[in-house]
Design a protein around this ligand. Structure first.
Ligand code: MG
Length: 366
């Protein structure tokens, strides 16, 4: 093999990853908030809204920009404005840090910054997007995963009137599995409205909405007859003691969501739930999400990747880990009308990962 063929065969050798392309300026972080508009008013047991603000990071270095997004969760006292304010205080050392040591860097971020998990998630995703782009590999390949293993995602139907729910279910014709929010007084009406227009499998999420363990069992047994695959978070997050009482009386798996925020929660939850819903916004990034998935699998739990209302940036990031999990609920970008990015696609319900390096995002609007 002559020198030219060798260089063709080994593009990484031809351009060492740490060499800055000519003309690039100093490393630069940008922090901003974006307001995402919802297609439908979004109602769960906790809240009702028509817009959501998410926090975005752009990390530019060596002529390459990595992008990240985190959805601040009001319940945990987070906001996009607070994420900006908190990361601004760390700007100097973050911009000076070596992004190739991203795992060490994020370890330092977790040591220095209390809470603010959406901020950490956006930073972690932006760094990994940058690293993936510089290495020339999509993130699923960086993590050693097969995109063909990406699961079907559910499409979520928020709480609404029976008439609007029927319309939403009809609009969701292309999605083979639906996620329905329950836990209010009108569950029978909501499920009845769904079942009047479709016999698709349903996954249901009570968002801690059942008041007693007896009510939870009664509702879950009724929902089983309506064709549900699993029940998410029937009882309040801190109530672990009732979970086994409930699990002994029902047949479908019970998945923790609000009870499960961080890696250290998983061993504590393992005796009480059948699976966990892992969200990158709750745990603070793909590195933490990876740890949580591995811990849950090691403890014999079913794994699910969920999301908040977000653009294609955060959803695509989570989707790159989705070949590892049993269930995906990664539809936050499908629920908004002003997505600034294109990334993961949903084809017949299945997540189809972009093959471009890093997250593989295409920017629709600067
Ligand atoms: Mg949930």
């Amino acid at each position: 093999m002559n020198r030219r063929d060798l260089l063709k065969a080994a593009p990484v050798m031809a351009l060492p990853a740490c060499t800055a392309p000519p003309g690039s300026g100093p490393p630069r972080l940008e922090f901003k908030s974006r307001q995402l508009r919802l297609k439908h008013t979004w109602t769960t047991v906790m809240s009702s809204s028509t817009t959501r603000d998410t926090f975005h990071v752009e990390y530019t270095r060596d002529g390459v920009t990595g992008r990240g997004e985190g959805a601040p969760i009001v319940r945990y006292g987070e906001s996009a404005a607070q994420a900006i304010e908190r990361l601004e205080r760390e700007r100097a050392w973050l911009e000076a840090a070596d992004p190739w040591r991203f795992a060490k860097l994020m370890g330092e971020v977790f040591e220095k910054i209390e809470a603010n998990f959406a901020a950490k998630a956006a930073l972690d995703i932006a760094l990994l997007d940058w690293v993936g782009q510089r290495l020339g590999v999509p993130l699923y390949r960086y993590f050693g995963l097969d995109p063909a293993d990406a699961p079907v995602t559910t499409f979520s139907i928020g709480i609404d009137t029976a008439e609007v729910i029927r319309k939403k279910v009809e609009e969701a014709a292309e999605y083979p599995v639906l996620k329905i929010k329950v836990g209010l007084d009108n569950d029978e009406e909501i499920i009845g409205a769904v079942r009047s227009v479709t016999d698709k499998p349903l996954r249901v999420d009570a968002n801690e909405g059942f008041k007693t363990k007896e009510e939870a069992v009664e509702k879950i047994l009724w929902l089983e007859k309506q064709g549900i695959e699993f029940m998410e978070q029937p009882m309040p997050a801190a109530n672990l003691e009732d979970m086994n009482w409930i699990r002994q009386r029902v047949n479908v798996p019970i998945i923790a969501d609000e009870s499960c925020l961080h890696p250290e929660d998983i061993p504590r939850l393992a005796p009480h739930f059948d699976g966990v819903n892992i969200k990158i916004d709750k745990c603070g990034g793909l590195l933490e999400g990876w740890r949580m998935i591995q811990m849950a699998r090691a403890l014999g739990l079913k794994t699910m990747l969920g999301c908040m209302i977000s653009s294609s940036c955060a959803i695509t990031a989570a989707a790159h880990l989705s070949p590892l999990v049993d269930y995906a609920d990664l539809d936050g970008h499908l629920l908004i009308s002003n997505d600034p990015f294109e990334g993961v696609k949903v084809v017949n319900g299945k997540l189809v990962l972009p093959i471009a390096p890093g997250l593989g995002l295409r920017v629709r609007e600067a």
